[in-house]
Design a protein around this ligand. Sequence first.
Ligand code: PA5
Length: 443
Amino acid sequence: MEMLKISYDDALIPESRILETAERIIPEIEKARSLLSTGYVDNFSFINLPDDKKHLNIVKELVREKLALDPRLLVVVGIGGSNLGTIAVQEAILGRLYNLSDPGIRVLYADTTDPYLIRDIVGIMKTTLENEGNVLLNVISKSGTTTETIANFRILAGMLRKYKRRYEEYIIATSDKGSKLWSLAVREGFTTLEIPAKIVGRYSVFSSVGLFPLGILGVKIESLLEGARKMRDLCLTMDLNKNPAAVIASIQYNHYIEGKNISTLFFFSSDLESLGKWCRQLIAESLGKEFNRSGERVNVGMTPTVSIGSTDLHSIAQLYLGGPYDKLVTFISVEDSAPRLQISKDNEYSYLIPEINGRRLDEILNAILEGAKEAFRRGKRPFIDISLPDKTESSIGQFMHLKMIETVYLGRLLNVNPFDQSAVEKYKKETRRILSRESIKHT
Ligand code: PA5
């Protein structure tokens, strides 16, 4: 398996300092190593998911069972950590335009309770069901009590109930065993899929949360896990120089304490935009904290932004290259861009930009990326360079596990708990309070 290539040459932090800071991560690496093969006893136990054959077999068996129902549409109901990882992998592997390419099974995501979005999903479900096409509904909620998820689920499950006599066969509830959603699913006869204990939403893509819907869509989930496993082993090495998660966490931390509190992820691949959104949640929700582990108010966290190359060079690059020195950029590109689309050498348009005559699109994209990096270099703007060998399950699995482990290491350096989200809970509580009033006014 080819591994990700990572270069820190332009990180603008001296190697000695990178390693000195990384030393502070050692207790976290030791902890991770001690957790290996011990099941799910700690939030950091997500690193055991790629080895969990039992869990994988349950998912694979269920994928087989539900594919036998011959579904034409999969609707994933979930929000945040319960669906961002699935969208990220689906779009990376199958492409952003997947649904338009007439696939066997289309996929829709019901996350927020935007009535326009849900009305459209209801409409597509209706057309599919009326044309004898089966629809699978995978409701995913670790807590089983997220307002948006449950509200959408109630509407969408109602559609299935209307069209299918044995509608419960088409509903798969992924949740914590014993949650309210789990109990409802058992009572109603829906299929249940357990999320291993201690696995927090944004670290759950390699569990049933991501594996089931991705398996239904034909993503090679075993290769995804294989990539994740290989990267995990690298990120658990005690040789800090060779540990990419520790090195990147150290670089991020050093820039952060010097005032570069914006972490820009610049993906040179349109299909990786949702992977960027998944990273954004991981970084923001894990590291943006009011209090540190000792209970002191610290209000820390870097602000993650996602850009797409070359699209956003025409949008935000002016700010990145000319604006304040408050960002650390990570360029993420794909080395082997399989489609070889070549511009003709000579025709009536060749005078427009002669430099591109006879060039392939991937060569042009690469030249733009190299041009952008050179401009950053000249402007003394720091960046990390990550190159994925290709856009396969193995590469995406590697990248996602790198980011998850790196985030935990950054949590150690910032002395915050990367697994809770107490600030988000505040809005959830307020929402419930408002909804329990008799009437809700628009303010
Ligand atoms: O990462 C997290 O923990 C959160 O983003 C959750 O995934 C999100 O709030 C949804 O929660 P739940 O799966 O309980 O519905």
